[in-house]
Design a protein around this ligand. Structure first.
Ligand SMILES: *Cc1c(COP(=O)(O)O)cnc(C)c1O
Length: 398
């Protein structure tokens, strides 16, 4: 694969975990913004980015946002989550999922994960069926007596959450489903009730992120996906300061300055054009890692669920310490010594200081996965020789 030396720092020998790859029409599109003066939160690239994200994902409506976190915050407002409500969220996710819940003064209820690092659908179903009561059209937590207004499944590392039973149950129980699809653009269900559909288009609202570490980036940015026109209009309204009269500055709600700029959207349009190729590269590199790593005793590259076509955003490696001889921390330090950047899972969110008093339900698997998992370099511009360098270090005995 041809590589432009301008676009990556080959001199340092450092292999980063996940960095942007800019080699499409980004320069041309950004130049157009600068040449025309359309650099701010209006312009044709914002519209184009929204339209083309709809075309790619199959969502009916898309509203660009300043970040994935902003998208989640607005999604919760649109879903009607208000102060004192509860939102079910996995303990294994990036902190932004949980913070967005706190922004609307709601409380997270933490769930365990399944074998794919995702919200455990079976336990979540059990929780809703046995730990809550459905009264006057709302679901109440028997333990806290608070109303549960939303569920936030997170498609961790691009692995699709199994929603076949959860979604209908949430519909029955008047619980809105907000998908945190920040990491899963490009992931589609292949079997089951949602076969053919993209993650982020299944629930009431889906949120994407275009942060610098995701598969495609706008530098910083996000997107709200929905099939509901009124929700999309409300998303646009809330992300633009809730303007009811833009001449006389009348605002009938509390809005936010959460719009994406045209310059960022220009980068996004160029990145989206390359996404299909990026996904192929991700898959090829996953296979290259998998074939070699699974032959090393005590190491195993995690697989995605068989019911979806995975975007392979992260390459999660699992370490059996007893067989391999060193643990996650030791291996991470050793790789760092070879200028190879790796990262563990996030600290479990039910243990994070600001959320430590929140309820958690039967969390049994998450700690084990945290202990044994190390994410390997996964940038789209990773070369075969860099993959070989990583595997070579993994092969060395402790
Ligand atoms: C990246 C990420 C977010 C937040 O997106 P930003 O664009 O960085 O605000 C939210 N949830 C998950 C799971 C993420 O990985």
């Amino acid at each position: 694969m041809p590589r432009d030396s301008k676009m990556s720092d080959n001199s340092s020998n450092f292999i980063p975990l996940s960095v942007p790859v800019i080699r499409g029409k980004e320069w041309a599109y950004v130049k157009e913004c600068l040449d025309t003066g359309w650099v701010s939160s209006a312009g044709k690239f914002v519209d184009r980015f929204e339209t083309e994200t709809c075309q790619y994902t199959g969502a009916k409506h898309a509203v660009a946002c300043a970040s994935g976190t902003a998208a989640l915050h607005v999604a919760l407002r649109i879903a009607g989550v208000t102060a004192g409500d509860e939102v079910i969220v996995p303990t294994v996710t990036f902190i932004a999922s949980v913070n967005s819940i706190r922004y609307v003064d709601a409380q997270p209820v933490f769930m365990d994960c399944d074998a794919f690092y995702n919200l455990d659908a079976e336990k979540t179903r059990n929780f809703i069926l046995h730990e809550t009561a459905f009264t006057n059209g709302h679901t109440y937590n028997r333990h806290t007596n608070r109303r549960i207004t939303a569920l936030m499944p997170v498609h961790v590392f691009g692995n699709a959450v199994w929603l076949d039973e959860l979604l209908p149950l949430c519909r029955e129980r008047n619980i809105k489903v907000i998908e945190d699809a920040a990491e899963s653009i490009g992931t589609r269900y292949t079997t089951g009730r949602f076969a053919g559909r993209h993650t982020g288009t299944i629930g009431d609202i889906g949120c994407l992120s275009f942060n610098g570490n995701k598969i495609i980036t706008t530098g910083g940015g996000g997107m709200i996906l929905t099939n509901d026109r009124a929700d999309a209009e409300r998303a646009k309204y809330l992300t633009t300061q809730a303007k009811d009269d833009e001449v006389r500055f009348v605002h009938n709600d509390v809005g936010y300055n959460y719009r994406l700029t045209n310059v960022q959207a220009a980068i996004g349009v160029a990145q989206l054009e390359q996404l299909p190729r990026y996904l192929e590269i991700k898959r090829t590199n996953y296979s290259a890692y998998k074939q070699t790593i699974d032959r090393i005793p005590g190491l195993h590259l995690a697989e995605g669920p068989a019911y979806a076509s995975n975007n392979h955003w992260m390459y999660a490696m699992q370490i059996d310490r007893a067989i391999y001889g060193s643990d996650r921390e030791q291996l991470m330090a050793k790789l760092a010594g070879h200028k190879i950047q790796t990262r563990p899972l996030w600290q479990l969110n039910h243990l994070q200081h600001p959320h430590a008093n929140c309820q958690h339900y039967r969390i049994e698997r998450a700690q084990h996965l945290l202990d044994v998992t190390l994410n390997l370099p996964c940038s789209v511009d990773l070369t075969p020789s860099q993959i070989e360098r990583v595997v070579e270090v993994l092969r060395q005995k402790a």
